[in-house]
Design a protein around this ligand. Structure first.
Ligand code: SF4
Ligand code: MSK
Length: 635
C-alpha cells in the first residue's frame, strides 16, 4: 500500500530504459518495491556523503561540519583532511581487494589447469599466452604450452604475494609513467601487502598526513589496475578466448517466454562458462522439452554478462539498474549469481515472483537464497543442479509473464588486441593509424566512459547523453561494464551509429567499418584501456607518458568502491577522470585540492566531478584540447 503509485515519482524519471520502466510500473502494481524506488526514498546522510565523519575508533564516531570543515577536529585530533584521506583510502582498499580477489581466483583456476586438477577448462588462446609471457620477459622459445603457462603463472603469483620489487604487469606501462611511480615511491609491490598497509595506515593514530596517505592510496589503486584486474583480464582471455567483435542482443527482450530462462549475474567468468557448457547438454534440453519448453535460454547481466557477451556473443539482459526489475517479468526461472554488485534486495523480489535466486560462491551468500556451490574441479555438480531447479520451476510456472519487447543488437568484444589490430596493426606514415588520426585531428581524442548505474540518478541517462556529446565532438569512446550496456541499449554500439559522430570520427568509423563507441567488456576489463593507452604512447607521436595523451575518463553514474579504485588507478596512471553523481570529499579542503589539482602538478592525472552530462563532456573535451595543445597538434 505504501507503494501507491501517486506517491511515487514517475517511472520515466527513475530510468530511461523503457524495459525497466515497464517492469518498475508492474512492480508498483504488484506491490513489490525495487531498488529504483528505494534509492529515491533513501535520504543519504549529508555528512557521510562528503566524507566528513569517521568511525575508525570508539572514541567517536566523530562528525565534522562539511560547511565549516576546519572548525572542529575528531576526539583524537584528526583533521578533516586526515578523515577524508583515510575514508577514501579504505574505499580504494576495498575496491582493489575485490578485483585482486577476483584476479587471484582466476590465477588459481589457471594453476589448476596447469596441474591437471581442473579438467573442464583449458588454455584456449595459446598465442596470447605466448604474447603475455614474452611481454613479462619470459623466454618462450622451444617450450611446451604448459611449460610457458607454468612460468607465467609463477610470475603472476607475485602480483599478489610480492613484498618488495615491482608488480609484474607494471612492465607494460610506458617507461616515463613507471619512472614517475618510482620517483614518488608509489610503484606497487604485491596487492596483499598494499591493501594490508592501506588498512594499517588508516587505523587510529597511524598515518595522519593526507599527502603521505595519498601515496599509499595511489599504490593500492595501481595494485588493482596493473595488478589483480589485469591478471583477471589477461588470464581469462588465455583460458576462455580473447574477444573479437561479435554481434549480440541486449535488453530484456532476450528473455523467451517459451524457454527455460536462466540469468547469470556477477563477475567471475568460470561459473558462467560452466553454465554455457551445461545448457547444451541434450539430456537437459530433452528435460526442458518434457516440461513443455522449447529449449533453455541462458543470458547474462551486469559484468559477467558483459564478459560472456564479448567473448561468445551470449545475449545480455541489462545492467546493474535492471537486475531486480527483470525478475518482475515472472519469466526468470533462475538467477544465478557469484560475486560483486549483487543486491541483497534480489532475494525479496525473487521470492515475490517465485524465481530461484542461487548463490554459487562461498564468498558471497545471501540470506533467503539457495546456495549451490560452484567447484571448478567438478563444475557439472553445480550447473546440473541449477538446470534441474530452473527446469522444474518452468514446469510449475503460475505467474503471469510479461516480457518487455525491447531488444537491441550491437557489436561487442573489442579487446585491446583487436583495437590495436584495427587501428594500429598496419603502419601508415610515421605512426599507427589511430595516432595518425589523432595527430591529423580526425579523432580529437579518446575517452573511456565506464562504470555503474546508481538509483540516485535516472538510470542510463547520464551515460547516454555524455557519450553522444563526446562522439559528436569527434572523441572516440571506449566502454566497459554497465555503461557499455546503457549505450548498447541506446543503439550506439553499431557501425550504423557513425553519422551521430562528428565528421572526423565518422569518417574514420566509416573507413574502418567500426562503431564510434567500442565495447571492451566488464569492469575488470578497464585494464584493456590501460594497455591500449600504453600502446598509443609506444606507437609514438603523442608524448612519452599516459599523462601526455589527449584522453580522459568518466564514470558518470558510479556507485561502488571498485569504481573509486578504478578511478584512482586511472588518475595515478595519468588520466583526467571525471565522476558524476557526487564525490566523497569537501571542495574547500587541502585533500580535495590535492586530488583535483595537486596530483596533476606532480605528473599524474587528476580527478574531476560534475553531474550534468554536457558539463562533463565539456570538461573532458577541454582537457583533451589542453593535451593536444601541449603536444603541438592543435589546429
Ligand atoms: Fe574520532 Fe579519531 Fe576515532 Fe576517527 S579515529 S572516530 S576521528 S577519535
Ligand atoms: S558490475 S562495479 S555496477 S560497472 Fe562490474 Fe556494473 Fe559498476 Fe558493478
Amino acid at each position: 500500500k505504501e507503494n501507491s503509485e501517486k506517491k511515487m515519482v514517475s517511472v520515466e524519471d527513475r530510468t530511461m530504459c523503457e524495459a525497466t520502466q515497464q517492469m518498475l510500473t508492474k512492480a508498483r502494481r504488484d506491490g513489490v518495491k525495487l531498488d529504483l524506488d528505494r534509492g529515491y526514498e533513501m535520504k543519504p546522510c549529508p555528512i557521510g556523503a562528503e566524507s566528513a565523519c569517521c568511525k575508525h575508533c570508539y572514541m567517536g564516531p566523530c562528525r565534522l561540519n562539511p560547511r565549516d570543515p576546519y572548525k572542529k577536529v575528531g576526539v583524537c585530533g584528526a583533521t578533516i583532511d586526515t578523515i577524508m584521506a583515510r575514508n577514501f583510502g579504505r574505499n580504494v582498499a576495498a575496491g582493489s581487494a575485490s578485483h585482486n580477489d577476483h584476479g587471484r581466483h582466476i590465477l588459481e583456476l589457471f594453476r589448476g589447469i596447469i596441474d591437471g586438477k581442473v579438467k573442464d577448462f583449458t588454455i584456449e588462446d595459446t598465442l596470447k599466452l605466448e604474447r603475455v609471457a614474452k611481454s613479462l620477459g619470459i623466454d618462450v622459445e622451444g617450450k611446451e604450452v604448459l611449460e610457458v603457462a607454468k612460468e607465467l603463472c609463477d610470475e603472476l603469483e607475485k602480483t599478489f604475494s610480492n613484498v618488495d620489487g615491482e608488480m609484474p604487469f607494471t612492465k607494460l606501462a610506458p617507461e616515463a609513467t613507471r619512472e614517475l611511480w618510482r620517483k614518488d615511491g608509489v610503484m606497487p609491490r604485491g596487492a596483499m601487502l598494499e591493501i594490508m598497509e592501506m588498512m594499517s595506515r588508516t587505523h587510529i593514530g597511524c598515518d595522519q598526513d593526507y599527502d603521505n596517505l595519498m601515496k599509499q592510496i595511489t599504490r593500492t589503486a595501481l595494485a588493482d589496475g596493473w595488478g589483480g584486474s589485469m591478471v583477471a583480464t589477461e588470464l581469462s582471455d588465455i583460458m576462455f578466448g580473447t574477444p573479437s567483435p561479435t554481434l549480440a542482443d541486449v535488453n530484456m527482450g532476450v528473455l523467451k517466454e517459451d524457454h527455460v530462462n536462466i540469468i547469470v549475474h556477477g563477475h567471475e567468468p568460470a561459473m558462467f562458462e560452466g553454465m554455457l557448457a551445461a545448457v547444451n547438454d541434450s539430456f537437459f534440453i530433452e528435460e526442458a522439452k518434457a516440461k513443455g519448453a522449447k529449449g533453455i535460454n541462458l543470458v547474462g547481466m551486469c559484468c559477467s554478462g558483459a564478459e560472456m557477451m564479448s567473448r561468445h556473443g551470449v545475449p545480455h539482459a541489462g545492467n546493474f539498474g535492471s537486475t531486480e526489475a527483470i525478475i518482475v517479468t515472472g519469466a526468470v526461472d533462475a538467477m544465478v549469481v557469484d560475486i560483486q554488485c549483487i543486491k541483497q534486495g534480489l532475494a525479496e523480489v525473487a521470492k515475490c515472483y517465485d524465481t530461484h535466486l542461487i548463490t554459487t560462491n562461498p564468498r558471497a551468500k545471501i540470506e533467503g537464497a539457495t546456495h549451490v556451490e560452484f567447484d571448478e574441479i567438478d563444475p557439472r555438480k553445480c550447473t546440473d543442479e541449477i538446470l534441474s531447479k530452473a527446469i522444474a520451476r518452468y514446469g510449475t510456472r503460475s505467474m503471469p509473464i510479461e516480457i518487455p519487447k525491447k531488444i537491441q543488437a550491437g557489436v561487442h568484444g573489442f579487446s585491446h588486441e583487436y583495437i590495436e589490430y584495427m587501428l594500429g596493426g598496419t603502419f601508415r606514415g610515421s605512426y599507427s593509424p589511430l595516432n595518425d588520426n589523432i595527430i591529423n585531428g580526425r579523432i580529437r581524442g579518446v575517452a573511456g566512459v565506464v562504470g555503474c548505474t546508481n538509483p540516485k540518478v535516472k538510470q542510463d541517462s547520464v551515460h547516454v547523453a555524455l557519450v553522444k556529446e563526446l562522439i559528436r565532438n569527434d572523441v572516440l569512446v571506449l566502454q566497459t561494464g554497465c555503461s557499455q550496456i546503457a549505450l548498447a541499449k541506446a543503439g550506439l554500439l553499431v557501425p550504423e551509429a557513425a553519422p551521430l559522430a562528428g565528421p572526423g570520427l565518422a569518417e574514420v568509423c566509416e573507413t574502418v567499418g567500426m562503431p564510434p563507441v567500442l565495447g571492451l567488456g566488464s569492469c575488470v576489463d578497464n585494464t584493456r584501456i590501460l594497455i591500449a593507452a600504453s600502446a598509443m604512447v609506444k606507437a609514438g607521436g603523442l608524448g612519452n607518458s599516459i599523462a601526455d595523451l589527449p584522453v580522459a575518463g568518466c564514470a558518470p553514474e558510479w556507485m561502488s568502491e571498485k569504481a573509486l579504485a578504478i578511478g584512482h588507478y586511472f588518475v595515478a596512471s595519468g588520466v583526467y577522470t571525471v565522476f558524476g553523481v557526487g564525490f566523497p570529499t569537501i571542495k574547500e579542503t587541502k585533500f580535495h585540492d590535492l586530488m583535483f589539482n595537486g596530483l596533476e602538478k606532480k605528473g599524474y592525472g587528476k580527478w574531476g566531478m560534475a553531474s550534468d552530462p554536457i558539463e562533463i563532456a565539456r570538461m573532458m573535451i577541454a582537457h583533451i584540447d589542453k593535451k593536444r595543445k601541449q603536444l603541438g597538434i592543435d589546429k
